[in-house]
Design a protein around this ligand. Structure first.
Ligand SMILES: Cc1cc2nc3c(=O)[nH]c(=O)nc-3n(C[C@H](O)[C@H](O)[C@H](O)COP(=O)(O)OP(=O)(O)OC[C@H]3O[C@@H](n4cnc5c(N)ncnc54)[C@H](O)[C@@H]3O)c2cc1C
Length: 391
């Protein structure tokens, strides 16, 4: 296994852009001895301001309710497009919108970079035959967006008013106005909430079997959860792992019967019911799980090399509550290609897609949303046809 263990991972991406970890392998063209690509993930960055700014020298995040003089990306004008979120979807939308001269403003979130900031090796993003660390990939996305003039402010949008144009969005007490909006706020994986789980994330603990299963060839792994996703992940992992333990805290499953039958028939899967994970054991990587029987409270230690947490994802839609339709899982509902129920508001990435949930599909969505925005603005005479890019 290429032990996922070399991950950077910050228990929380709250220090996005911070050097991954000393042990993160250096990539060609990047500083040795660690991830030292100088991208400003630490506050607001005007056009191009981030690239080349050493970490720690970046402009501080403006205070809540702070100045509206441009330092927070808000100069009182109406943006042609505001992009909310800075994962693969948001930053790809920014690259396309910036190259179409739409001068996008990205409200990047307080965890800029998105979900890939909490993983280590990404081996399935095209263009990186040797793989790339998640935070480094996102730093490259950001640098590319800034190169074409994208303005980026690392704030969470708290609420919006989509009742009329220009649309209004509020973040840290500052009001942003936009002719069009792309929502790319992604989804957050739900975790068990154990300190040991956080510490070993990217070191054997993952929330994405499609992404990380490959690293567990001939290893014994566990999947936690009782829904279709958990069973699907368990089945998928049998392609690599020598054995997959499915751990579920109850003795009935939310999963469909067909998924359960498939898992039960798979000789590589052992199903454990009425069991809860109390602790992930291991120093540099996962070595075992401390389990508790939820009926008897008896505890035991099960040697294990990987733990996949499959208890669900939470789409980040709170700021848009009441304005846009959500499906039965709480994900935004797309109209047409990338549209929403509100003319001029577009949607991209994992915030609506709970089927593929991959960086490359989110990026593709961001590209599509930006192209759709451009045509939408052009049709309304807001973006001049002459500025429309030949992609
Ligand atoms: C552990 C793990 C490992 C993974 N590994 C891989 C892999 O190897 N390969 C792969 O292809 N995929 C991988 N994925 C999946 C991949 O990360 C996602 O599919 C992808 O990041 C989705 O991109 P996105 O832009 O839609 O959303 P996200 O990446 O979720 O980004 C959303 C952004 O929106 C911001 N945001 C949220 N709310 C607000 C708000 N109110 N205001 C402003 N901003 C907001 C967030 O801070 C974040 O920056 C992995 C996921 C996880 C959890």
């Amino acid at each position: 296994m290429t032990d996922k263990p070399t991950t950077s991972t910050p228990s929380s991406p709250a220090a996005p852009g911070a050097p991954a970890t000393p042990e993160a392998p250096a990539a060609p063209g990047f500083g040795s001895g660690g991830f030292s690509f100088a991208i400003d993930f630490s506050g607001d960055a005007g056009a191009g301001a981030g690239a080349g700014v050493a970490l720690g020298q970046a402009a501080p995040i403006s205070a809540p309710g702070g100045p509206s003089d441009g330092a927070d990306g808000h100069d009182g004008s109406v943006s042609k497009v505001v992009i909310v979120g800075s994962g693969p979807a948001g930053l790809t939308a920014a690259i396309y919108a910036a190259r179409a001269n739409l001068e996008p403003l990205v409200l990047a979130g307080v965890e800029p970079g998105g979900q890939l900031m909490i993983t280590s090796e990404v081996e399935n993003f095209p263009g990186f035959p040797d793989g790339i660390q998640g935070p480094e990939l996102m730093a490259r996305f950001r640098a590319q967006a800034e190169r074409f003039g994208t303005r980026i402010v690392d704030v969470d949008v708290e609420r919006v008013d989509f009742s009329e144009r220009p649309f209004r969005l509020w973040a840290r007490g500052v009001e942003y106005r936009a002719e069009s909006v792309i929502i790319a706020t992604g989804a957050s994986a739900m975790w068990l909430g154990l300190e040991s789980e956080t510490r070993l994330r990217g070191r054997g603990v993952s929330a994405c079997a499609t992404c990380d299963g490959f690293f567990f060839r001939d290893r014994e792994v566990a999947v936690v959860g009782g829904g279709d996703t958990a069973l699907e992940e368990a089945n998928f992992l049998t392609r690599f792992a020598s054995k997959v333990h499915l751990l579920h805290r109850r003795d009935t499953f939310r999963a469909s019967k067909i998924m359960l039958d498939r898992a039960s028939a798979n000789e590589k899967i052992q199903i454990h019911t009425n069991v809860a994970v109390e602790e992930v054991l291991g120093g540099a990587k996962v070595e075992a799980l401390r389990l508790r029987d939820t009926i008897t409270n008896d505890e035991r230690v099960l040697p294990m090399e990987g733990l996949f947490v499959a208890i669900g994802h939470r789409p980040n839609t709170a700021a848009f509550a009441g304005w846009l339709a959500v499906d039965d899982k709480g994900y935004l509902v797309v109209e047409g290609h990338t549209g929403s129920q509100i003319d001029g508001v577009f949607i991209a990435g994992d915030v609506h897609d709970h089927h593929y949930r991959q960086a490359v599909t989110a990026a593709a969505d961001g590209c599509k949303a930006a192209i759709d925005v451009e045509h939408w603005l052009e049709a309304r005479g807001i973006a001049r046809a002459s500025t429309v890019t030949a992609w």
